[in-house]
Design a protein around this ligand. Structure first.
Ligand code: NAD
Length: 500
């Protein structure tokens, strides 16, 4: 067992009398892996002041682009240098199989810093426009400037990746940040704070705080000195944050929940559709905002798909996070497992058929962790809660459909609109279908490919604003319009109106 003690929030002197110790748990074994200091609301106030002062001093926003780029590239390099340790920590803290942390979470986090370090300058280059209208001739310069202090609030399912997305974009745009990870999974965010420090980022520019969401969240999100909140998490908390922030106006990006649908058409490559669908619903134990938990299968391919999907689900290997062979780890907590089990119970009660899983595995080695068998549910009705609500666990609901119009109706029948998948060998048919789906991202014949170049974010209850790509990056900036008159005469508001 590894037990680290983090007592000091990075770059902040804490009041030792007020230290609240918080236990961080390994979901694979239910053991304490770290004890950390939780910040109290009054400490948050001084962290905000520190970030505000750093921003106002220009120590970061006024740096030359070359210097800013070099600092961010140092963060990228430090993540690569510590890749093994970061993967180990991420797995220890979230329970996700080490193979996922090693090959997905850590390298993709590093790449985001690299990408924005190398590309922010072109996104920030001012646009110039000449306008002639009636007698007016002006030149307008559109300037992209940093917002100021950005509060970055991150969930427990992808702690390092989501912290890196937000931090890389916010820093590259010239902001100072206060990063708040979930208190369940703070370890890699705290490491990221250390990495920023080791990279030489000036004091006050990067601040990491860990505290109880309700307590510190309110302080962070209602403070006038904060200019932006970039939040990824649940709808319930997102709504609270909008309420806190309504007291004084600030920019917000909300990346909230999902209930995504995958559509398997009759002409799909069945093997690819099955393998891709397994990934799309069981990766990270289904604790993904983009989990394709509603799998809609066209009638002619339905029997083949279901038979193979259930057979392959049975073969998935459960194991503790550190097991390199494991394909399914534990859920994040006991409460999360209870919540997922209650969805399964309810679905059975409402008449759905359990084709596989649905219970705690028998394996004696897995009894301490929060494991749950990957679960396949058939005969689901669109009115059932397992079909409508975000389960956030390894539960696949499979439904049969006949026509494409029916698939569109079923897929779009959701309060959420985050992502969707289409499996078909007819590219044009799939593209036409993609246009009709209510989802911010549609994957065709693949799943879960995120690119730093491409904006990501949902509609409806899945939130607003984008992460990544030019559009996501620009969320961390404000657009200023500087208009300069170019004409020698004929300026009504200057020369004629009051110019007697
Ligand atoms: P959560 O909303 O419970 O917590 C998210 C973060 O908000 C945590 O850091 C938490 O401490 C903090 N928080 C809690 N109460 C707060 C408050 N009152 N004020 C401010 N902050 C507060 O979400 P979670 O359980 O950590 O993560 C799962 C949810 O995140 C799911 O709904 C999932 O769909 C969503 N998610 C969305 C995306 C996306 O890109 N759309 C990505 C990952 C996760």
């Amino acid at each position: 067992m590894v037990c680290a003690v983090y007592k000091v929030i990075f770059f902040i002197q804490t009041d030792k009398n007020k230290i609240m110790e918080h236990k961080v748990i390994n979901p694979s074994t239910d053991e304490v892996i770290a004890r950390i200091h939780l910040s109290a609301p009054n400490e948050i106030e001084s962290i905000i002041a520190r970030a505000r002062n750093a921003f106002d001093s220009g120590v970061w926003s006024n740096l030359s682009f070359d210097k800013r780029k070099n600092y961010i590239l140092k963060i990228y390099q430090c993540i690569l240098d510590k890749a093994g340790e970061l993967a180990r920590l991420e797995t220890l803290n979230t329970g996700k199989p080490i193979k996922e942390s090693t090959f997905m979470d850590v390298p993709s986090s590093a790449k985001t810093f690299e990408y924005f370090a190398n590309n922010f300058e072109k996104y920030l280059t001012p646009e110039t426009m000449g306008i002639s209208q009636d007698t007016a001739q002006v030149e307008a310069r559109l300037l992209r400037q940093p917002l100021g202090v950005a509060v970055l609030i991150v969930p427990w399912n992808y702690p390092l990746i989501i912290a890196s997305w937000k931090m890389a974009q916010a820093l590259a745009a010239g902001n100072c940040v206060v990063l708040k990870p979930s208190s369940r999974t703070p370890l890699t965010a705290l490491e990221l704070g250390k990495i920023a420090h080791e990279a030489g980022i000036p004091a006050g520019v990067v601040n990491v705080v860990v505290g109880k969401g309700d307590e510190v969240g309110r302080v962070l999100c209602s403070d006038k000195r904060v200019d932006m909140i970039s939040f990824t998490g649940s709808n319930d908390v997102g709504k609270k944050i909008m309420e806190y922030a309504s007291g004084n106006v600030k920019k917000m990006v909300m990346e909230l929940g999902g209930k995504s649908a995958s559509i398997i058409l009759d002409d799909a490559n069945a093997e690819a559709a099955v393998n891709g669908s397994l990934c799309s619903v069981f990766l990270n134990q289904g604790q993904m905002c983009t989990a394709m938990s509603r799998i809609l299968v066209q009638d002619k391919i339905y029997d083949t798909f279901v038979k193979s999907f259930v057979e392959k689900t049975k073969q998935l290997k459960l194991g503790i996070g550190a097991d390199f062979e494991a394909q399914i780890g534990p859920l994040i907590s006991l409460e999360q497992r209870k919540k997922v089990l209650s969805f399964i119970q309810q679905a059975k009660h409402e008449g759905a058929k359990l084709a596989y899983g649905g219970k705690i595995p028998d394996d004696a080695n897995l009894q301490k962790g929060y494991f749950l068998e990957p679960t396949v549910i058939l005969d689901v009705k669109p009115s059932m809660s397992v079909f409508r609500d975000e389960v956030f666990g390894p539960v696949a609901c499979i439904l049969k459909f006949s026509s494409i119009d029916e698939a569109i109706r079923l897929a779009n029948d959701s309060d959420f609109a985050l992502a969707a998948c289409i499996w078909s060998s007819d590219k044009h048919k799939a593209e036409r279908l993609a246009e009709k789906l209510n989802a911010g991202t549609v994957w065709i014949n693949t799943y879960g490919m995120f690119f730093n170049q491409l904006p990501y974010g949902g509609f409806k209850q899945s939130g607003f604003g984008k992460e990544l790509g030019k559009e996501g990056f620009l969320e961390y900036t404000r657009l200023k319009n500087v208009i300069t008159d170019q004409s020698s005469d004929g300026k009504p508001l200057v020369n004629y109106w009051y110019g007697v």
